[in-house]
Design a protein around this ligand. Structure first.
Ligand SMILES: Cc1cc2nc3c(=O)[nH]c(=O)nc-3n(C[C@H](O)[C@H](O)[C@H](O)COP(=O)(O)O)c2cc1C
Length: 217
């Protein structure tokens, strides 16, 4: 009788330990799997965040390059009017500015400047930006002098290779429009595309013109 009781007790103890062992190992497995899953998910999230950060960084660099690297506003200005227009264009388009200056100042502007234009002289100039040919679109601005562009503009067009680039002329004047001055662009840059220019005497005309060109920043 006592032996039978002992066997029953032993059987119960064995069954209980089996059940407990099974539960324990089951818990362990779930725990391990769950924590591995969490780690994996966290890693994936981190990688996704990192890669999307990198993508947006890349996008920013590309956009910056497009806005700052491809459009230039080059101008010559004697009394500041054309410079003001050039600054507005640069602001609207988010582009760089390059000032064109005559290397030597005129002794007598009225006597020297007109002869220079009529004779097709290219006086020496300085330009505040070196890599002109690194730009694809170049605004070129100047004051009208004797219904023409000052000779420094002819030098600028002749000194650089604008083949395959787009040139966008603009001017300021007291009354004449840009039309008569435009011939030097096709003469000196036959392989460039010359966009329709603007006589920018009314500053309100500038923004819609830039919008029409599709170059608003
Ligand atoms: C030497 C000289 C010649 C000019 N010739 C003309 C001209 O033929 N037609 C005209 O409408 N304005 C003429 N102007 C006026 C300028 O084109 C105008 O004042 C222009 O806005 C000046 O630009 P800036 O301040 O950038 O030099 C002349 C001005 C100068 C100094």
């Amino acid at each position: 009788m006592k032996t039978r009781k002992n066997i029953l007790l032993l059987t119960l103890v064995l069954a209980l330990s089996f059940v407990l062992a099974a539960c324990g190992s089951n818990n362990n497995t779930v725990g391990t799997t769950s924590s591995a899953d969490e780690t994996e998910t966290a890693t994936e999230t981190l990688q996704t965040e990192e890669s999307s950060e990198n993508e947006s960084e890349e996008q920013e660099i590309t956009e910056t390059d497009v806005n700052d690297g491809n459009v230039l506003v080059a101008y010559f200005s004697y009394t500041g009017n054309t410079e003001e227009v050039a600054q507005m264009i640069a602001e609207y388009t988010g582009s760089d500015l390059a000032e064109i200056e005559r290397a030597e100042e005129y002794g007598n502007l009225q006597e020297e400047a007109e002869v220079e234009i009529l004779d097709g002289v290219h006086p020496e100039i300085t330009v505040s930006v070196d890599n002109i040919e690194g730009y694809d679109t170049i605004f070129v601005g100047y004051p009208i002098w004797w219904d023409e562009a000052p000779a420094m503009i002819a030098t600028f067009l002749a000194d650089n290779d604008f083949s395959g680039k787009t040139i966008i002329p603009f001017c300021t004047s007291s009354s004449d429009d840009i039309g008569n001055s435009l011939h030097i662009f096709s003469e000196l840059c036959p392989d460039a595309e010359i966009a329709e220019g603007l006589t920018a005497n009314n500053l309100n005309d500038i923004e819609p013109w830039i919008q029409g060109l599709g170059l608003m920043e």
